[in-house]
Design a protein around this ligand. Structure first.
Ligand SMILES: [Zn+2]
Length: 199
């Protein structure tokens, strides 16, 4: 079934100096004052006509903001910001928390995981999809920035496929290299075996 999609628009942008370099932060949403817009963080020296280094990062408030060791999202985000800060590129930050199930469901899922279920089983136990993430909005943002050829910073082959099918040419994959921590070793293993990630 076709989903009705509201048109994403650039609502605001400003310079954002960070520990990883200076970025231009752009906010995209369909409503002008949407409290949860997607973001694109562009490095200073970006040339959209060349092959652009791109990270498409789905929000993980526990990992990105609170440095949770249950997953490696925060480390992945910082690896990507560092890479883009040094080599130029774009970070697209999509507001689809917890693989699209939302933060409250994600906390419910953690309770199941603490009882021994893996990420996928926990979502199924809650009657939720294993992975409800979509990348259409990322494609819309890339197209609006005039980007058509990218090097994708990811360990997730599904993302490469989704972008290729949407007409964004993925020239190469830049692997995200993270030291595993003890608390997320099981999570990383389930990503590898259940979701086919290249770790
Ligand atoms: Zn995470």
């Amino acid at each position: 079934m076709e989903k009705k999609r509201l048109v994403l628009k650039l609502q605001a942008e400003a310079q954002m100096p960070t520990d990883f370099g200076l970025f231009i932060m752009k906010a995209y949403s369909s409503k002008p004052l949407d409290p949860m817009p997607h973001f694109a963080l562009l490095s200073e020296n970006l040339d959209a006509d060349k092959v652009v280094n791109v990270r498409i990062h789905s929000e993980c408030i526990t990992g990105d903001v609170f440095s949770s060791n249950r997953c490696e999202c925060g480390d992945q985000l910082h690896f990507s910001m560092n890479y883009v800060g040094q080599n130029s590129g774009i970070i697209i930050y999509l507001r689809q928390e917890g693989r699209g199930i939302g933060i409250i469901n994600k906390l419910h899922a953690y309770i199941h995981q603490d009882k021994g279920l893996d990420t996928a089983q926990a979502n199924l136990a809650l009657g939720l999809e294993i992975d409800a993430r979509e990348y259409d909005d990322a494609v819309t943002i890339l197209q609006s920035l005039g980007v058509s050829k990218i090097n994708l910073i990811t360990n997730n082959p599904d993302k490469i496929r989704a972008l290729d099918e949407a007409g964004i040419e993925v020239m190469s994959r830049i692997p995200v290299i993270i030291e595993p921590k003890e608390a997320n070793a099981e999570y990383l293993e389930s990503k590898k075996t259940l979701f086919g990630h290249l770790l």
